[in-house]
Ligand binder design. Structure first.
Ligand code: BES
Ligand code: MN
Ligand code: ZN
Length: 508
């Protein structure tokens, strides 16, 4: 884990492997961002010109490395692009700082210590640079160790130490921002680890064990329902999805409670540790990344632990609906009818529409405790990826104000999200001649159809939102900003923000 320190040190005398400065895109030429004054001075005030000579423009994500000026203890200066210079008198946006810090941290993988001299005007900027640097300092190389030369095969180790210059180590707001950033990013990076873990190692039982261990460490109550308990409880959805797998399903309940809580939030996560599609098997080309299908559960898990670490004055219950969707002689068939936890019957027309089945049981169970609101998170539909691409998740809800509140929270933390409707007319496509409802409906609007299915399993009168993170959960292309290749930790920061808003009484 990368260590974070706040520092008032001046850049020249600082012992570090690199000093990170910001460069913005001006109208004609790159502009050195505030925070780098001492560095610029050491280049005789000509840093912008030097950078331009090296081809830098200040574009977002651009990284330019140059030798540090003579007299500096650190050997290297890394100039990272912040994008356009802000309008007159405006500061850089938090997300621009977060992305730039992330890009710099990635470029410095393999180094020990970097000092960030980016523009920091207030505690919000401390948080943004810290988050970006800590999220950019992530790598997953647990499995790169075969062969004779294990060390050479391992990827570069992430940056070990991040110092934020221009900050006030004794300032309450700065300290709180750094502590929050540390807790949230450590848990978010842990969610990434879980997503990246291969499905032969992370089955439902193993995931539940991870939750139990974290519960012990952070004082959470953890209850695990195994296959016998699920049978006894009538969890037909979770059992039906897990029926084909050699690894039995689990429902994990994680409870964080605060003696000062006035509100109770429930987070529900889709935790398909591998989605083969089941008997409705996915073709090659569509199953290689399906270990990511537990990203919703990973996000919920991380958010509940983060809420506990931050000591938020709110009760948060996390529900992880864990199953592996596999074809076999014992698997659920297309045409089977499942009796769900809520008592409703579902005709399974496509075993690849499994996420809504495990979530339906978890939503019905979560509703029994009458939380003030439920938010579920799921890599639910390919249709949502077609609609919104792979950097934006869809938000559906049974309450317009709550959907807006979730959207605002996502924007605030820098997560791409967009509201989507739940049109009533799409419900009839799920009418089943045999059961109360089918698990599939019209092809068009598939993400909304899935949302409408879930809505039926939310308890009467409970405010609910559904985040379909199928797009942003797993990054199959190259890394960018603070987002690595592979598991991204999508929705973790939005959930934590929602818990904070509920704690301060600012969520509905
Ligand atoms: N886990 C998938 C959705 C998914 C696809 C997530 C691609 C991430 C990347 C989900 O279980 C699924 O298979 N959904 C089907 C539903 C359909 C059969 C109604 C889909 O979207 O095709
Ligand atoms: Mn599926
Ligand atoms: Zn799935």
């Amino acid at each position: 884990m990368t260590a974070l320190t706040l520092s008032t040190a001046a850049a020249p005398g600082l012992r570090a492997d690199a000093i990170v400065v910001g460069v913005a895109k001006g109208a004609k030429a790159p502009v050195v961002a505030p925070g780098a004054e001492a560095v610029d001075k050491a280049y005789d005030g000509k840093l912008a010109g030097v950078l331009e000579t090296l081809g830098a423009s200040g574009a977002e994500g651009e990284v330019t490395k140059l030798p540090a000026p003579s007299g500096f203890k650190a050997p290297l200066v890394v100039a990272v692009g912040l994008g356009a210079v802000p309008e007159k008198d405006a500061a850089f946006e938090a997300e621009a700082l977060r992305r730039a810090a992330g890009a710099a941290a990635r470029a410095l993988a393999g180094s020990k210590k970097a000092a960030f001299a980016l523009p920091i005007a207030d505690a919000g900027d401390v948080a943004a640079v810290a988050e970006g640097a800590l999220l950019g300092s992530y790598s997953f190389d647990t499995y790169k160790e075969n062969g004779k030369d294990a060390k050479a095969k391992k990827g570069k180790a992430p940056l070990a130490e991040v110092a934020l210059l221009g900050t006030k180590p004794r300032d309450r707001a700065h300290k709180a921002a750094a502590e929050r950033a540390t807790a949230v990013t450590e848990e978010l990076n842990r969610a990434r680890d879980l997503i990246n873990m291969p499905p032969n190692d992370l089955n439902p039982e193993a995931f539940a064990a991870v939750a139990q261990a974290a519960g012990k460490e952070h004082g959470l109550k953890v209850q695990v329902l195994d296959e016998k308990a699920l049978e006894k409880g009538g969890y037909g959805g979770i059992l039906g999805v897990g029926a084909g797998s050699a690894s039995a399903p689990r429902l994990v309940k994680l409870s964080y409670t605060s003696s000062k809580a006035k509100k109770h939030l429930a987070f529900v996560g889709k935790g398909i540790t591998y989605d083969s599609g089941g008997i409705s098997l996915k073709p090659a080309g569509h199953n290689e990344t399906m270990k990511c299908d537990m990203s919703g559960a990973a996000a919920v898990f991380a958010a509940v632990v983060a809420a506990a670490r931050l000591g938020l004055e709110v009760d948060v219950t996390g529900w992880l609906a864990l199953a592996e969707n596999m074809p076999s002689g014992s698997a659920t068939r297309p045409g089977d009818v499942l009796r769900m936890y809520s008592g409703k019957t579902v005709e399974v027309l496509n075993t690849d529409a499994e996420g809504r089945l495990v979530l339906a049981d978890a939503l019905a169970r979560a509703s029994e405790e009458k939380p003030d609101a439920i938010v579920d998170v799921a890599t639910l539909t390919g249709a949502m990826m077609l609609a919104l691409g792979n950097r934006t998740f869809g938000i559906m809800a049974n309450d317009d104000a709550f959907r807006s509140a979730v959207h605002e929270a996502a924007e605030e933390v820098g997560e791409g999200a967009w509201p989507m409707p739940l049109p009533d007319h799409l419900r009839k496509g799920m009418d089943s001649p045999t059961a109360d409802i089918a698990n599939m409906g019209e092809r068009y609007g598939g993400g909304l159809v899935a949302g409408l299915f879930l809505k039926e399993f939310v308890g009467e009168g409970i405010t609910w939102a559904h985040l379909d993170i199928a797009g942003p959960a797993y990054n199959e292309s190259g890394p960018f900003g603070y987002t690595p290749k592979g598991g991204t930790g999508s929705a973790v920061r939005t959930l934590v923000r929602l818990a904070e808003l509920a704690a301060s009484g600012d969520l509905g």
